[in-house]
Design a protein around this ligand. Structure first.
Ligand code: GDD
Ligand code: MN
Length: 377
């Protein structure tokens, strides 16, 4: 298919230096690891024309500076410094799409993956019978020695869910270590989720069985420097990916969380209303207004903490966001009541009208909050 693409007058003499493999390394606060990783890649890939693309999300420890220094010494090193964005999957996608070698590998910066497997993975792909080679902890010969009990359990559970619910066949779909042909990746890239960290799982599910995959064992080692960025909240990201893939991207975990927080807000509202009336002896209109304010505030805090954890507002941004959220919700309430009235007008069934209004309200609030309160910077 590449034959059809016009590239103009490219001189063939240049091709000898072109990379056959692009190694993508997502980094966040990995200052102490990147140089060591590069040296090890040099050794492991001796004789292979390769390049390394570090994709750094503007790390506070300035990992990108170290990468830039490396890149000035060696043209095989490239640095993508992303600002205003966070996320392992998004970084990997961007790195692969910013490179052009026929094969791309993803490997962590902290040396937990086994870079010595890369040349074997490349040979397997170059054989032409495979599209994807996965470094696997869960096939014979592989292991995850550095996992504690809790992490091992979580990993096993997620793997089981992926296999049963998403019908993924491989043993280690949670692996962050793999190599893929460019052609296969470019096909699925537009459908991938940039949120979260399960890029391999996403690639496999999105490709829907079209990929010829092989797993090769490796031992997931211990981190060299720094600490893991995956906290217990990644379970939410994982659930979100499962939901999105199951429903063809119709239902997002974000929307479900937003609606769930909204329902909790209803409880907060009633409790606050009761307290305002009974304990503080407020008049009904004041009590109702106080209760609404309490509910909106608690919704905002919960959404900021869970629903939009990847874009969490901080510092002064919280105040600004809160005021915008009040505004969005007030208009949402008008929309809610308006829709409920008109439904009731047509069909005087109270619960139907109520439900239609509530649905209108939550969809409005969700859409507008995404646009104005937690908008992507
Ligand atoms: N650019 C970017 N942005 N990189 C990130 C981000 C981010 O938001 N979060 C993490 N990284 C980078 C880290 O700097 C590291 O190089 C790599 O992604 C993996 O992150 P770790 O924090 O070391 O994750 P882990 O070791 O707990 O998890 C690894 O093992 C899992 C298998 O159990 C990762 O490889 C996971 O992808 C994998 O599923
Ligand atoms: Mn790690």
């Amino acid at each position: 298919m590449n034959d059809a693409i016009q590239t103009g007058d490219v001189r063939p003499t240049q091709t000898a230096e072109l990379p056959q493999l692009s190694v993508i390394v997502p980094t966040f606060n990995e200052r102490g690891n990147v140089a060591t990783l590069f040296r090890r890649l040099e050794t492991a890939l001796a004789g292979v024309a390769f390049e390394v693309v570090f994709v750094d999300d503007n790390s506070p420890d300035r990992t990108w500076q170290v990468v830039r220094a490396l890149a000035r010494q060696d043209r095989r090193v490239r640095c993508i410094r992303r600002v205003g964005r966070r996320g392992l999957s998004g970084a990997c996608i961007e790195g692969i799409l910013a490179s052009s070698a026929p094969y791309a590998a993803v490997i962590d910066a902290d040396l937990q993956h086994d870079e010595t497997q890369l040349s074997k993975m490349l040979k397997l792909l170059q054989g032409g019978d495979l599209d994807l080679v996965v470094g696997s902890r869960y096939v014979e010969g592989g292991s995850a020695e550095s996992f504690n009990k809790q992490r091992a359990g979580a990993s096993a559970l997620a793997t089981e869910v992926a296999r049963r619910v998403l019908r993924v066949k491989i043993a280690d779909p949670m692996s962050g270590f793999f190599m893929i042909s460019r052609e296969s990746f470019e096909q699925v890239a537009p459908q991938l989720s940039t949120q979260g960290f399960k890029i391999l799982l996403d690639v496999i599910v999105t490709a829907g069985g079209r990929l010829r995959v092989k797993e090769i064992p490796y031992t997931f080692g211990s981190r060299l420097h720094g600490e893991s960025k995956l906290d217990s909240m990644v379970a939410l990201d994982f659930l979100g990916l499962v939901l999105a893939k199951l429903t063809n991207d119709i239902v997002s975990l974000r929307f479900l969380l937003f609606a769930l927080v909204g329902s909790l807000g209803l409880i907060v509202h009633f409790v606050a209303l009761y307290i305002s009336l009974e304990v503080f002896d407020l008049e009904f209109p004041e009590a109702q207004a106080t209760a609404a304010l309490c509910a909106m505030t608690s919704n905002f805090v919960l959404n900021n903490f869970f629903t939009y954890r990847d874009q969490r507002l901080r510092g002064f941004g919280i105040l600004r966001g809160l005021i915008l959220f009040y505004l969005v919700c007030s208009v949402g309430l008008l929309a809610n009541v308006g829709v409920a009235f008109s439904v009731y007008d047509q069909e005087p069934i109270w619960w139907l009208a109520g439900a239609a209004g509530a649905l209108m309200g939550v969809v409005w609030n969700y859409a507008m909050s995404g646009l104005f309160v937690w908008r992507k910077r």
